[in-house]
Ligand binder design. Structure first.
Ligand code: FES
Length: 99
C-alpha cells in the first residue's frame, strides 16, 4: 500500500497517516522512516501528536513512551507498546504491506 513520495514525506518528521481503517504514525529521523500504530494503548491518544525525543515518541496525554524502531513500550503506561510495520522503498515511493 502506498504511503507517498519519499521526498515529500521527508519534509515532516512526525506525521499522522490514515489508510483505510488504520491510523498510523510515520516518523522520519536520521534518514530512516518508521511506521507505528498511532493509538496509544493506554487511553487512545494519537501518538502522532506526541513529542519525539531521540528514538522515543512520547504520548501527548500521559507521557507513555515508545521505541520508534520497534513500537515497544518503554514506560509503564505504554504496556506492551504498539505495532511496528516494515516499510518498503521502491521507485522513490514509500510502501507498507498492512497485514
Ligand atoms: S493515552 Fe497515552 S499515556 Fe495515556
Amino acid at each position: 500500500m502506498l504511503l507517498g513520495n519519499i521526498e515529500e514525506l521527508k519534509q515532516t518528521q512526525v506525521q499522522c497517516i490514515n489508510i483505510e481503517d488504520n491510523s498510523l504514525l510515520l516518523i522520519y529521523q536520521s534518514d530512516q522512516f518508521y511506521l507505528l500504530d498511532n493509538l496509544c494503548p493506554h487511553k487512545g491518544a494519537a501518538l502522532c501528536e506526541g513529542q519525539l525525543k531521540d528514538e522515543v515518541i512520547e504520548c501527548p496525554w500521559h507521557k507513555a513512551q515508545f521505541d520508534i524502531k520497534t513500537g515497544s513500550g518503554l514506560s509503564p503506561l505504554a504496556g506492551k507498546g504498539v505495532k511496528s510495520w516494515p516499510l518498503i522503498i521502491k521507485d522513490g515511493q514509500l510502501l507498507v504491506e498492512l497485514t
